[in-house]
Structure formats: structure tokens, C-alpha cells
Design a binder for this molecule. Structure first.
Ligand SMILES: [Fe+2]
Length: 260
């Protein structure tokens, strides 16, 4: 089976959706197969899983990776609370495609978003295949983005320097984030601009709407995720987000195998 197959805007939504009765302790095999293939899967459930059910997935997806904003149980609530907090999770602005934990040395292997309310207009989810972007970049630019000082990112006074692509055990992992809440300098600004152009190219972006009961599971090192802006006066939009470290009973590995 091909792992982390590159995809584009034209991916058939049915290819990454799997229905299931429940989601706890283990990810159903059929959903895991889709996850292995594309690095992303949407599990459709009759009702949203409880927080306890979501946390129980630690057994199969590896230990929870905790964000500064997550609650004690490891869950972060993504809901527009109003005002510019500088944290996109509490705002209704567009959130361009990125990897989670781009400010930390070791980001999580997995991003899980459980959709509890999706009544607001807009807020579509955007997924971008890092394998497809990697393949599309001119070789010179691509090589520059493997350099350890490719990106210097400053946020809230903290500075980190890192590569955009890093290879380990035959798998490439992507680490990427560009938004208005961080400032970025680069030793290879042209290469980074080419990457950003590829990520923002509508032809690269698979856009889908999460409905109540949908759980999106993404390989954070192979697929970028983001969301479109939404109208917070039009209805509620509430997601629960968990990050996992990978490993676990289902031996989840993150990253993609580059073409060629
Ligand atoms: Fe995110």
C-alpha cells in the first residue's frame, strides 16, 4: 500500500470519509487504512464522542501531547470567544494551513479535531498534502528547506530556528506555519516563498466541511491543516482538539515518503 499518497484539491471527499458507530480506545481498521494512505481521515459518527472517549484514544495513537492552552485532560476547546487574543483557536479569522506545535522543538505526530457544533457559516477545513507540495517544489528550493536554519520564527518573544523538511528513518516530516501572529525570517526566503505559494495555491487545498459527529484525524508531519474564516454571528462552531505523540497500540508513524 502506498503511504501518505499525495493529494490535491480534487481528492474525492468520499475517499477520506469512513462511517463508524463509535470512536474510543482504538481507531477502526477501515479508518486506519485511510489514515495510512492519505495521512488524514474523517470518521463519521452518529454523535460526537465524549471527552473521555477521545482521551481513551491515547492507547492506540500514543500519549497525549499537551498544548499550553489545553485543559488538564489534554483537550483544547476551539471556539470563537470574541476579541483578538492572538490565538487563532479563539477567533473566527482564517487559519492558513500549518502544522501544530511548529513553535516547539518536537511537535505532535497527530492532530485530532472532533466537531461538536458546525452551525456557523464558513469555517471549512483545509488540508494540504506535504508530499504533494514537496514534489511540486523546484529541487533547489526543496533542498534549501531541509537546512536547519531555513526558518527563524518569533512569537511572544521566543525564537526558534528550524528546517521545514527533516528526514528520519526514511520518512520526511514537515514543520510549517506562517500567520500574522508570528514573525518569520528565513535564510532562504525565496524557497520559503515558493513553499507558501504552493501551500496557498487553491489547486493544492482540499476543502471540506466538518459536520457534528465528524472526527478529523491528521498526520501532523505529512498533512497541513487549516480552516477558512467563518461568521461567528451566524451560529456556533465548536471543536475539541487533541494532539497525540504517535506510537501506541496501532503503531502510528508520522511523516511521508518522498516520491522518486
Ligand atoms: Fe492547528
Amino acid at each position: 500500500m502506498e503511504t501518505r499518497k499525495p493529494f490535491t484539491a480534487t481528492l474525492d471527499p468520499a475517499d477520506i470519509r469512513i462511517e463508524a458507530d463509535e470512536l474510543r480506545i482504538a481507531v477502526p481498521d477501515a479508518a486506519m487504512t485511510v489514515f495510512d494512505t492519505y495521512g488524514a481521515v474523517i470518521v463519521e459518527l452518529p454523535t460526537p464522542p465524549t471527552p473521555e472517549d477521545l482521551v481513551s484514544l491515547e492507547k492506540s495513537l500514543g500519549p497525549l501531547w499537551r498544548h499550553a492552552r489545553s485543559e488538564e485532560n489534554g483537550i483544547a476547546v476551539i471556539e470563537a470567544t470574541g476579541g483578538d487574543t492572538g490565538f487563532l483557536g479563539t477567533m473566527s479569522d482564517e487559519h492558513p494551513p500549518h502544522t501544530d506545535g511548529a513553535y516547539s522543538e518536537v511537535g505532535p505526530a497527530i492532530v485530532l479535531l472532533s466537531c461538536e457544533h458546525a452551525e456557523a457559516v464558513g469555517g471549512e477545513s483545509v488540508l494540504v498534502s506535504a508530499a504533494a507540495v514537496h514534489e511540486k517544489l523546484p529541487a533547489g528550493h526543496r533542498a534549501r528547506l531541509y537546512e536547519p536554519d531555513a526558518v527563524t520564527i518569533t512569537r511572544n518573544g521566543a525564537t526558534a530556528r528550524h528546517a521545514v523538511f527533516a528526514e528520519q528513518d526514511g520518512l520526511v516530516r514537515v514543520r510549517y506555519r506562517q500567520d500574522n501572529h508570528s514573525s518569520t525570517e528565513s535564510s532562504c526566503s525565496e524557497a520559503l516563498a515558493a513553499m507558501t505559494a504552493a501551500v496557498l495555491d487553491p489547486a493544492s487545498q482540499f476543502v471540506t466541511t466538518l459536520r457534528r459527529g465528524d472526527v478529523l484525524i491528521v498526520d501532523n508531519h505529512a498533512v497541513l491543516h487549516g480552516r477558512r474564516a467563518f461568521d461567528r454571528t451566524s451560529g456556533r462552531r465548536r471543536m475539541l482538539r487533541l494532539n497525540f505523540n504517535g506510537g501506541g497500540n496501532q503503531d502510528v508513524r508520522s511523516g511521508f515518503r518522498p516520491a522518486g
